[in-house]
Design a protein around this ligand. Structure first.
Ligand SMILES: Nc1nc2c(c(=O)[nH]1)N[C@@H](CN(C=O)c1ccc(C(=O)N[C@@H](CCC(=O)O)C(=O)O)cc1)CN2
Length: 302
């Protein structure tokens, strides 16, 4: 995007995501006049997890605001895995659908891997299919998982060329940690993928120019763990227990923000950091999938 959008230690993911969503939206009319239809995103929600409900509603709103078609499908928590896979296959065959996303987590008893494997990799806007994970690993054009893609965009906006940077990622999930490692390797960083069995985690983190925390443990990364001047990307979204007089607990990341911010060159807050990038990158991936499926050259600025 060229140059940090706000010259502050705090990286404003909300503002960055708004700019990305506008850029995506600006390309929709050209796609629509070339193909006779707007890009289409199908989102499937199984069950009634309250947080998932909120995320799916936000995806619908953002998709419509970008001028794209939104197809929302809701299945009851009692639906079977075969019913879900049947729906995925119908969407695979639907010419108006460029992107398919199955909201996670799925209700207990369903096998995420089997469901994701049923998605046509060309429509896998979450980038979770093994074909996309493999392409990313070998540096081919993949659909890249939205959260790590958003983290990379924020890092490049703030730091420019990432070549030679020492990056430590804490958390080895298929959704964030592993693709983040591949993305940073592709940017020529020296990457350490740390996890719950990593010995002497604090000292591993202390050598990093870039820290990506994606463990799901509230405020685990302390200020004393950081090399002064590190850039800190906090992927965690953890709700604390309500304090006295609070109806709801505070939302915090995996990094102790109050301790880390004074030491950091730049840091993402929670909320308002990485989270909003997830949905903006989903729209971006859907536009990219639509251009590729239509055999058109995709816009360069997204
Ligand atoms: N199929 C998928 N499932 C899930 C994904 C995903 O990328 N694909 N990611 C998360 C949930 N998620 C989107 O689906 C998501 C999470 C958080 C945010 C966000 O903007 N968070 C805000 C805070 C929100 C709040 O107040 O609770 C922030 O960090 O500022 C957006 C999307 C799991 N499932």
């Amino acid at each position: 995007m060229g140059g940090a959008i706000i010259d502050s230690i705090i990286i404003d993911g909300k503002a960055f995501a708004a700019i990305l969503r506008e850029k995506v939206a600006s390309h929709v009319p050209a796609f629509t006049s070339a193909t006779g239809r707007a890009p289409g995103l199908a989102v499937i929600l199984v069950g009634d997890d309250p947080a998932s409900n909120v995320y799916v509603a936000s995806k619908h709103k953002a998709t419509i605001a970008a001028g794209m078609q939104s197809f929302e499908h809701r299945l009851p928590a009692t639906a079977t895995q075969n019913q879900l896979i049947d729906l995925v296959q119908k969407l695979n065959a639907d010419e108006n659908v460029d992107g398919i996303l199955v909201q996670l987590p799925l209700p207990g008893g369903m096998d995420d891997k089997a469901v994701i494997a049923a998605i046509n990799p060309e429509k896998d806007v979450d980038g979770f299919h093994v074909v996309n994970a493999g392409k990313l690993a070998v540096g081919e054009d993949a659909l890249v998982p939205c959260t790590p893609l958003g983290c990379l965009m924020l890092l490049k906006d703030r730091m420019g060329d990432l070549s030679g940077q020492e990056a430590v990622i804490i958390g080895r999930s298929n959704i964030v940690g592993k693709p983040m490692a591949q993305l940073l390797l592709n940017e020529n960083c020296t990457v350490t993928l740390a996890h719950s069995r990593t010995r002497d985690l604090e000292n591993v983190v202390r050598r990093a120019d870039i820290v990506v925390a994606a463990v799901g443990r509230a405020e685990m990364v302390k200020g004393s763990w950081l090399k002064p001047g590190a850039v800190v990307i906090d992927v965690g979204i953890n709700r604390l227990a309500p304090a006295d007089g609070e109806a709801k607990g505070r939302l915090v990341g995996d990094v102790d923000f109050a301790e880390a911010a004074p030491l950091s060159r730049a840091i993402t807050p929670v909320p308002g950091g990485v989270g909003p990038m997830t949905i903006a990158c989903l729209l971006r991936n859907c536009l990219v999938a639509a251009y590729r499926r239509a055999g058109l050259t995709q816009p360069k600025d997204i």
